[in-house]
Design a protein around this ligand. Structure first.
Ligand code: HEM
Length: 400
């Protein structure tokens, strides 16, 4: 029998879907300790940048012993996924698109696929491991901003890697108040519990949240230089397969999948749950290839977060309620949310042009990252994709 999920309390939602009204989708892994046996893996992940620069990363990884038990604890599993996917990224992309190994050694491939299966995630560096579970506060009582945060592990590629990660971490934290807002909006637009004043109050939180997210996003330029991002950082978030060189069929994970190459999408903030939840809560629909991509990237989220998106999609009748509501305040509050999402998506396109399109047109660009010149790290023909997502959002404005 299908589980009845309507009317879950906020606390039940936080527990069931691993979300928090304080930190949103972020997961605090800063105090997680591993069994001793994983220390050699941790050591390499902690020095990834250095070992990639020295070109010793492949030898060091090949010498590891991967015949180890996967921890039972979810946070330990997530940390293990993080460590193993950072190692994988360094191992594969050490020399850009040159000399790319076709196989990931068994000592990483086997534990990585096991822990990914346990988490319901994919065995590649993805948003939950690179961003959501990859931060720590310097001073526990200090503010949640650039000055008081560290990235626990960094991708190689030199300057800006940490700032890039922290920009996303802080944006996720700024999203946190929207969790309660979308749950309240859903509740106060449900038959039997409808309450226009409470609905307007809930919806009014969302534009403020998006405005804070935009303010943080603009700070990316303070620590990540666009051409350097394009030439040196981006390659480490790239996936494999889909006919794209240098691994057109995908990567062989030795000892798993019968040693047949596996395609995987690269890391992208398209795997963030934030915008997908807003779309779901407010009834913003995408179609065709865009919908297919957004559905597919949910497999790269934590299983609980992906379930939260589905929960909101199934349960929210906010848009339907607002469409049929005669209260102008409700319609205006809803439209303000759509406009705010649109502003975020416009800023996002502006940044994508600044950090990908413009640097990709330089004559002196890094020629060892040409395979991802025309596509996002998540593999879309990105401008066409993002423009269509924006049109879908625009189309949701309701007549007032
Ligand atoms: C310079 C920084 C960024 C760049 C270069 C960038 C690039 C891209 C690209 C190329 C895509 C298309 C999918 C793909 O092929 O990967 C995408 C999608 C997306 N990105 Fe970003 N991104 C950046 C920062 C962010 C941030 C900070 C967020 C906030 C969470 C974000 C959220 C999204 C979302 C939600 C999508 C899916 C489309 C949508 O729902 O609007 N991105 N990004």
């Amino acid at each position: 029998m299908a589980e009845v999920m309507t009317n879950l309390s906020l606390k039940q939602i936080e527990e069931k879907f691993l979300v928090s009204t304080k930190t949103g989708f972020l997961i605090d892994c800063s105090m997680v300790k591993f069994p001793e046996c994983w220390s050699p893996f941790e050591e390499i992940a902690a020095h990834l940048k250095q070992y990639v620069e020295e070109k010793s990363i492949r030898r060091k990884i090949e010498e590891l012993n991967g015949h180890l038990c996967i921890p039972e604890d979810k946070l330990q599993q997530l940390c293990l996924h993080k460590i193993l996917t950072f190692l994988t990224s360094g191992y594969v992309w050490q020399d850009g698109e040159n000399d790319v190994p076709k196989r990931l050694p068994r000592c990483v491939a086997v534990p990585l696929t096991r822990v990914s299966d346990a988490l319901g995630m994919k065995p590649i560096l993805s948003y939950p491991s690179m961003i959501l579970a990859n931060w720590q506060k310097k001073d526990m009582n200090g503010p949640f901003d650039f000055s008081n945060l560290n990235a626990m592990y960094q991708t190689p590629g030199g300057n800006g890697a940490e700032w890039f990660i922290l920009t996303h971490v802080i944006i996720e934290q700024r999203f946190a108040p929207a969790i309660k807002a979308v749950i309240d909006a859903m509740k106060y637009s449900t038959e039997g519990q409808a309450d226009d004043a409470a609905l307007v109050t809930a919806l009014n939180v969302i534009p403020n949240v998006l405005s804070e997210m935009c303010e943080t996003f603009k700070k990316i330029n303070g620590g990540v230089e666009p051409a350097h991002f394009y030439d040196n950082l981006r390659i480490f978030y790239t996936g494999w397969g889909g006919g794209k060189e240098p691994l057109p069929e995908g990567l062989i994970y030795e000892g798993v999948y019968e040693d047949v190459p596996k395609p995987m999408k690269g890391g992208s903030a398209a795997q963030s749950t934030t915008l997908q939840v807003l779309d779901a809560a407010l009834g913003i629909e995408h179609e065709g290839e865009e919908k297919e991509f957004l559905d597919e990237v949910r497999d790269y989220m934590l299983k609980e977060h992906s379930d939260f998106c589905k929960y909101m999609r199934n349960e929210s009748s906010v848009r339907n309620y607002v469409e049929h509501c005669e209260n102008l305040d409700v319609k205006m509050a809803y439209n303000k949310c759509i406009n705010a999402i649109q502003s975020f998506r416009k800023l996002h396109i502006h940044k994508v042009v600044q950090y990908v399109t413009t640097p990709s047109r330089r004559e002196n660009r890094n020629m060892q990252v040409e395979a991802i010149r025309e596509t996002g790290t998540g593999s879309t023909p990105y401008l066409q994709f993002l423009n269509q997502i924006n049109k879908d959002t625009d189309a949701c404005i309701l007549p007032e």
